[in-house]
Write a protein that binds this ligand. Structure first.
Ligand SMILES: Nc1ncnc2c1ncn2[C@@H]1O[C@H](COP(=O)(O)OP(=O)(O)OP(=O)(O)O)[C@@H](O)[C@H]1O
Ligand SMILES: [Mg+2]
Length: 497
């Protein structure tokens, strides 16, 4: 019998008081797509950082194709054939695809020098990935998130990767891009490359993965063949919560008066494009659309983060151009940004400071404010004095939500509020939105996850190329009609096929 492609045995890692890994075993065969599942903070990313040389484990052994494997750093791991496709892609927009792919592979030499061989090899790799729309000389700036991810994958293949790790790879892709990525990963597997797939979307696991391993609180607690088990069983294994019961939906009362109105709001370059809508008290209004449809731009324009060309916003006694973020917050209007690292959180400040920063509420004991939200939102974290940077991806998102709620806002603009959030905690956030609605607050929520919009919204609008195409009550939409409308089908086509 040949050795497994990868084994990890007894991996342990402690960060101060947090035991991120408490004994993880993992075994993956060549040509296998292996799902790594677990709640927020379970240790998935940490384990993959150990594998890719970014974090040194305290204990544990690894083998790669039967040989001991103990990378001294990411470069060393990459040379051995272990590559990470990062959640936040790290390519230089100013360089071409070829320059990016060869960057860092050079020895200390002035500038970036590519041989004709590398160019030919890259063309071959891109063709193998089915890429026809761009080539080695395309500037990365011209590529969308899906194509950039393919560049990262090409970079891994150029380095003869044996193991490619995908950490939440679909979070900023449109449905067709997700489908394409599934095809690429299956194709890599058929060529003997091993893929490790981390995701909170269990349908993705069913679609592309062969086997799975589940982490809970830093320990591997189960695994097996995807075909021989069910998502319900995976969730039960992952969960620390006793039977995360699906919260009953609060009954929909009819929405109250308008809380925020947009009149023909337009951005300087036509995104958003003359968007008019009314958001009511006691309402959750969803915005669906493909990546690039202008939903994030719309929220940013409303909140005064991006300039507008024309149009107005009405809120209480204000009628005119959008206010500044500071003034909006003072009026009880808050934004949860899509990019929590850039404007959602101060990663170097403590957890407690993040919750209370710029809050109009009396500061009181900062630690207490954080503790309250830690319990309410189930944040897995160390001490309230730890830096926000040390939280896992999903727990950072919860911290950003806590910060907004601590401001006691009446109008919430939420951009992808459950991105990176695990299955159980998603349900908690939905219940929270139900509660906010019940309290008469108004929520405008952008999401790319259709089941979520259908679950939480009273009405859903679809954006396409900067325009708000159509708003309907949620009951008048389904998955198919939403995706059709987002792709630009006219309402008649949506209704009549
Ligand atoms: N550098 C660090 N310093 C302190 N604690 C850390 C550090 N890195 C990770 N942790 C902690 O280790 C635990 C595991 O985090 P990890 O990022 O591996 O979780 P995850 O399974 O990837 O979660 P998610 O699904 O939210 O991405 C968390 O409690 C996290 O706060
Ligand atoms: Mg993670």
């Amino acid at each position: 019998m040949t050795a497994p492609r990868l084994t990890i045995a007894g991996a342990r890692k402690r960060f101060g008081g947090v035991r991120a890994l408490r004994g993880v075993d993992l075994e993956v065969a060549a040509g296998e797509v292996h799902a790594l599942l677990g709640e927020n903070g379970a240790g998935k990313s940490t384990l993959m950082k150990v594998l890719s040389g970014a974090v040194r484990p305290d204990e544990g052994r690894m083998t790669l194709d039967g040989a001991p494997f103990a990378p001294t750093g990411p470069r060393d791991a990459r040379r051995s054939g272990v590559a990470m496709i990062y959640q936040e892609l790290n390519l230089c927009a100013d360089l071409t695809v070829l320059e990016n792919v060869t960057l860092g592979e050079e020895t200390a030499r002035a500038g970036v020098v590519q041989s004709a061989g590398q160019r030919a090899r890259l063309s071959e790799v891109l063709a193998g990935l089915g890429v026809a729309e761009f080539g080695p000389d395309t500037p990365v700036r011209d590529l969308g998130p899906g194509d950039r991810q393919l560049v990262e994958i090409a970079r891994a293949l150029m380095a003869d990767a044996r193991v490619v790790v995908f950490d939440e790879p679909t979070s900023s892709l449109s449905p067709p891009e997700v489908e394409r990525l599934f095809g690429v990963v299956r194709d890599l597997a058929s060529r003997g490359v091993t893929a490790i797939w981390i995701s909170h979307f269990l349908n993705e696991v069913e679609a592309v993965c062969d086997r799975f391993t589940i982490l809970r609180d830093g320990e591997s607690v189960g695994g097996g063949a995807v075909a021989e088990s069910t998502p319900e069983e995976w969730v039960a294994l992952m969960s620390r919560r006793a039977g995360a019961a699906q919260a009953a939906r609060a009954p929909r009362s009819s929405a109250g008066p308008a809380a925020l109105e947009l009149e023909e709001l337009s951005g300087p370059d036509g995104v958003p494009d003359r968007v008019t809508l009314g958001l009511h008290e006691g309402e959750v209004l969803g915005l669906f659309g493909l990546v690039g449809a202008g939903r994030t731009e719309l929220l940013r324009a409303i909140f005064g983060l991006d300039p507008v060309r024309s149009g107005a916003v009405r809120h209480l006694d204000h009628h005119g151009p959008p206010l500044s973020p500071r003034r909006w917050l003072a009026r009880g209007v808050g934004l949860l940004s899509e990019d929590r690292a850039l404007e959602g959180l101060h990663l170097d400040l403590s957890l407690a400071e993040n919750v209370t920063a710029s809050s109009p509420r009396p500061i009181g004991r900062r630690g207490e404010a954080f503790e309250r939200w830690r319990v309410e939102l189930g944040v897995r974290a160390g001490a309230s004095s730890d830096a926000a940077r040390t939280l896992s991806g999903g727990n950072q998102q919860k911290l950003a939500i806590a910060r907004l709620l601590h401001h006691d806002v009446r109008v919430l603009l939420l951009d992808e509020p459950t991105r990176g959030i695990d299955v159980g905690a998603k349900e908690e956030i939905y219940a929270l939105l139900d509660r906010l609605r019940g309290e008469g607050r108004a929520v405008l929520v952008v999401s790319s996850y259709v089941p979520e919009l259908l679950r939480v919204c009273d009405r859903v609008g679809v954006m396409h190329r900067g325009r708000l195409a159509e708003i309907r009550p949620t009951a008048a939409w389904d998955e198919e009609s939403l995706i059709a409308a987002a792709s630009g089908a006219t309402p008649a086509e949506v209704l009549h096929g």
